[in-house]
Design a protein around this ligand. Structure first.
Ligand SMILES: [Zn+2]
Ligand SMILES: [Zn+2]
Length: 197
C-alpha cells in the first residue's frame, strides 16, 4: 500500500487542468502518464487498463485501480511517496560515501537526494509507450548526500557536453544531421524540416 494519502489532486484530475505533455521533459521529473490514466471508467484500471474484479470475480465498478498498480503508480509519479520509500529502505545513508543524512533539514548541505542511477535525461523526448519505466523504479534509485549528488550531476554534465561536441562534428561532416535536445537524439535535419524526402 502507498505510504502517503491520496491527495486532493487525484480527485481534481478530471477538472479543467491544462493537458500534460505527451513526452518526457526533463524539468518534469516524472514520465508522461499512460492513456488509461485519462479514461475515467469505473472498473477499469487507470494504470494498466485492465479490468478490476472483486472477490466474486465480477467487475468491481467502485474501483479505478488495481492495488498493485496504485502502488507502482505512486512510486513513479509521486516524488513524496518515492522519498518516503527510499528513506524506509536506506535510512538516509549516502550510497557513495556512507554518511548518514538527517531525514529533514533546511540546511542545503544536509539535504539528501533521491538519485536516479541511470540518469533521467536518457529518457528525454519519449512518449509513455517508448519510455523505460525501470528508470523510475526502486532498483534505479539511491540515496546521495548533497556533496556526492553535486559531483555526480557535474560529471554527467561533462558527459553530455562531450556528446554534444561529437554530434556537432557529425553535423559539420555531413551538413544534414542535427542533434535535437528536445528529443535527445540525432535527427536528419533536412528531412525533419521538409527540404528532403
Ligand atoms: Zn492495473
Ligand atoms: Zn555522500
Amino acid at each position: 500500500m502507498p505510504l502517503s494519502r491520496w491527495s486532493r489532486r487525484h480527485r481534481r484530475t478530471f477538472g479543467d487542468k491544462p493537458p500534460e505533455p505527451e513526452v518526457f521533459l526533463e524539468e518534469h521529473r516524472t514520465p508522461p502518464k499512460p492513456d488509461y490514466y485519462y479514461t475515467n471508467k469505473k472498473g477499469q484500471c487507470r494504470y494498466c487498463g485492465g479490468v478490476i474484479k472483486n472477490n466474486k470475480g465480477l467487475v468491481n465498478k467502485r474501483s479505478s485501480w488495481h492495488p498493485e498498480c496504485a502502488d507502482e503508480y505512486m512510486m513513479i509519479y509521486h516524488p513524496g511517496e518515492t522519498r518516503k520509500r527510499i528513506w524506509q529502505r536506506d535510512g538516509g545513508v549516502c550510497a557513495k560515501c556512507g554518511e548518514l543524512q538527517p531525514r529533514k533539514s533546511r540546511i542545503h548541505e544536509l539535504k539528501w537526494h533521491v538519485d536516479h542511477i541511470k540518469p533521467l535525461w536518457e529518457q528525454k523526448g519519449k512518449k509513455f509507450d517508448e519510455i523505460d519505466l525501470s528508470y523510475w523504479k526502486e532498483d534505479n534509485l539511491q540515496t546521495l548526500c548533497t556533496k556526492c549528488h553535486t559531483e555526480k550531476t557535474s560529471r554527467e554534465a561533462t558527459t553530455r557536453a562531450e556528446m554534444k561536441r561529437e554530434w556537432w562534428k557529425h553535423l559539420n561532416s555531413s551538413d544534414k544531421y542535427v542533434f535535437d535536445w528536445t528529443v535527445g537524439r540525432l535527427i536528419n535535419g533536412l528531412v525533419e524540416i521538409g527540404l528532403k524526402k
